[in-house]
Design a protein around this ligand. Structure first.
Ligand SMILES: [Zn+2]
Ligand SMILES: [Zn+2]
Length: 241
């Protein structure tokens, strides 16, 4: 757990045979209005919640959990985290929120083979991913949360309801699994993925001035070179036609 910037904390994922997403906590300490961005893989709730408590954060100060998208490695421990942070609302992009409310878990598992494997591995019930969503995001919102301002950008392609959060003062981008360090991008073969949309989303992110990149996995980047996302998008374009 470390502070990346004032009001932005990083809890690294603990990968096992399935990856566990990073968690970011955003909001100025003392605002009493903190947000958790993504929670991580099934079984990781204790580690994630414990890491947040170690920061001295009162669980009651966590007002919402915002999902960049609902793949299992990001949403798997949501039930555990909702127990640890009972006041937290759940905010998700409409396209994936609508599925979760119906108990449709195709966007969680991505493919049937993976679903069967995970249900067995984690002892997950068929209805494990049915959730009420408090706020359905669409992209284009400006969130004034935790004494900070974050823009919501809809970036489909890796998943249909993927969002990025962007903080324009410190130029911080939280893009979920759409773009990573080392010129990597998210996969585009799972349920709801779309290569052409991913290309367009990367092009949209490339328009942003980004200094700190906080992806869902692997290294985080500070002092992101200018044009980094544009170069990454360009590199992948031949595969995203
Ligand atoms: Zn993902
Ligand atoms: Zn992921």
């Amino acid at each position: 757990m470390s502070q990346v910037y004032k009001g932005v904390y990083f809890i690294p994922g603990q990968d096992e045979f399935i990856p566990d997403s990073h968690v970011y906590v955003v909001g100025i300490p003392g605002s009493n209005d903190l947000s958790i961005v993504d929670v991580g893989l099934t079984g990781k709730g204790e580690y994630k919640a414990g890491s947040i408590r170690e920061l001295g954060i009162d669980p009651g100060a966590v007002k919402r959990i915002i999902m960049t998208h609902t793949h299992l490695d990001h949403i798997g421990c949501l039930t555990e985290m909702q127990k640890a942070f009972p006041e937290a609302q759940l905010w998700i992009h409409k396209l994936e929120a609508d599925l979760l409310e119906k108990g449709d878990d195709r966007a969680v598992y991505g493919m049937d083979m993976f679903k069967g494997m995970c249900q067995m591995q984690f002892g997950l019930a068929p209805e494990a991913f049915k959730f009420a969503v408090d706020r359905k995001l669409e992209g284009g919102e400006t969130l004034e949360i935790g004494d900070m301002v974050w823009d919501v950008i809809h970036i489909p392609g890796h998943s249909m309801g993927g969002i990025a959060l962007y903080e324009p003062v410190a130029k911080i981008l939280i893009p979920g699994d759409v773009v990573y360090a080392d010129y990597a991008i998210g996969r585009f073969d799972l349920f709801g993925a779309d290569a052409a949309q991913l290309k367009e989303s990367l092009q949209n992110l490339a328009k942003l001035d980004v200094d700190i990149l906080l992806p869902g996995h692997n290294q985080i980047m500070k002092g992101v070179p200018s044009e980094y996302i544009r170069k990454t998008a360009k590199m992948w374009e031949p595969y995203l036609a």
